[in-house]
Design a protein around this ligand. Sequence first.
Ligand code: G1P
Length: 295
Amino acid sequence: MNIRKAVIPVAGKGTRFLPATKQIPKEMIPIINIPMIHYSVMEAVNSGIEQLVFVTSTGKESIENYFDRNLELERFLEQNGKEKELELIQKIGTTIEVITVRQKEQLGLGHAINCAKHVIGDDTFAVILGDDLVRSEEPVTRQLAEVSKAQGNKSVIGVMEVPNKDTFRYGIVDGEFLADDKKSLHMKAMIEKPKPSEAPTNLATPGRYILTNEIFDCLDEIPRGVGGEYQLTDAINLLASRDKVFAHIFNGDRFDTGNIEGYLNATVEFALRDEATRDIMMNIIKEKIGTYGIK
Ligand code: G1P
């Protein structure tokens, strides 16, 4: 079964990026000139997703507008002979169908995903959390969708190895590697943000999931968890007690852009990876090292 729908929660307040996020959704803050949400959406598009569900809240309207057409801007670019820019803008506005649903109260990630229930219907779907960007040859959501297909259309959690001291930041999976494969596991349990001493493994999800529709029953049944919120991790843990759930160590470089340090790291790294900006960034770094005497 091909996965055609993805849910991207964008209702968070983005307090780590205040004051910018007083008026701009954190998802619209750009890395150089590309808003962060654009990367998540391109990951979805390049993974074969045809319909995107944004779970939004008040003040997030510019995200929906960004993925819509802007005929006035298109006309302006056309009249001024800016063909390259015109093509780019048209592509962003026409590539994918976007549906928005509102999360009226901020009751956690599990609650946010449950808000998309009526749009997802009976389908298996992907979840992409935009705070983590993953750069890889094959988009990570596609990698997970392939594992899901190979395992009989089951749920798959994308994971990466993290230092043991960092387990308290993530949903951590426990499981057993499949006999013929050192990347995919049969998941036994999933725990939200365990202390290092309580973490069963160091396999953490940066927020990439393929979920079967049964997750919605689980989301309805779980109590509030860590932080008093309805946690997606707890629903996945319940799902794993009812059906086979897999975890998969994906290929790719992941950037945590949910905080200032990760955001700066991604900005420098993306500039260095792109031919158009590489030399500019190199020169800036060289100059700064000279100015500040960094050793
Ligand atoms: C959420 C999830 C967590 C996951 C993380 C990835 O936590 O609850 O399981 O590992 O995203 O970024 P948050 O970072 O929103 O607290």
